[in-house]
Write a protein that binds this ligand. Structure first.
Ligand SMILES: [Zn+2]
Length: 193
């Protein structure tokens, strides 16, 4: 897919993410500098002001609770420095394929405080899709503005393998275009990588 969204590869422009139709796009093609350090909440480590990722996530967890389910928070915000250390030493379970799971520094949505990795008391990581919490999220996360960011079968578009645990906040209006159990990617939605 051609790169339809242009932006400089260096300089002060990278101190904030590329934003398309009000949605921040951070991927392999579009990064941010180490100067991008958004203020995040103490609980859940998500953006609490302006963009309502924190409140939306808290609401989503409550909605799941009402359905008798427990979404287990694992990771929210991750700094540039932490991402740098992580990508230098990817978790061993990814083998030689760490790059397709762990973003280079400046290219992780976790640095924006807009992404969350979750699990269930009965399974996490590659076991998460077998859980009721996963099924509930797939059916309902869009209502609270979250989408499954790296669906199965979309590696060529996203640059990432299937990550059933990684949810991205894009807001309820944009997420409505995705709907339940969607395999649409943010790149497709915004019209280019
Ligand atoms: Zn993640």
């Amino acid at each position: 897919m051609a790169c339809l969204l242009k932006r400089p590869a260096s300089g002060a422009a990278l101190d904030t993410p590329l934003t398309v139709n009000g949605v921040a796009l951070i991927n392999h093609q579009h990064g941010v500098s180490k100067n991008f350090t958004p203020k995040v909440s103490t609980t859940f480590r998500l953006i609490a002001e302006a963009d309502a990722a924190y409140a939306a996530y808290a609401a989503m967890v409550k909605d799941a609770k009402r359905a008798g389910l427990t979404i287990v928070w694992r990771v929210g915000y991750r700094s540039y420095a932490t991402q740098k250390a992580l990508s230098a030493n990817p978790p061993p379970q990814y083998g030689d394929d760490g790059d397709s799971y762990v973003a280079p520094p400046g290219h992780s949505e976790h640095q924006a405080g807009l992404a969350v990795d979750v699990g269930s008391p009965s399974g996490r990581g590659v076991s998460f899709p077998k859980t009721k919490e996963f099924a509930w999220l797939r059916a309902n996360s869009y209502k609270d503005g979250f989408v499954l960011r790296y669906p199965a079968g979309k590696t060529e578009i996203t640059g990432y393998h299937y990550e059933p645990w990684h949810y991205r906040y894009i807001g309820p209006d944009a997420a409505a275009a995705f709907g339940p159990t969607s395999t649409l990617t943010l790149e497709e939605y915004l019209g280019g990588p």
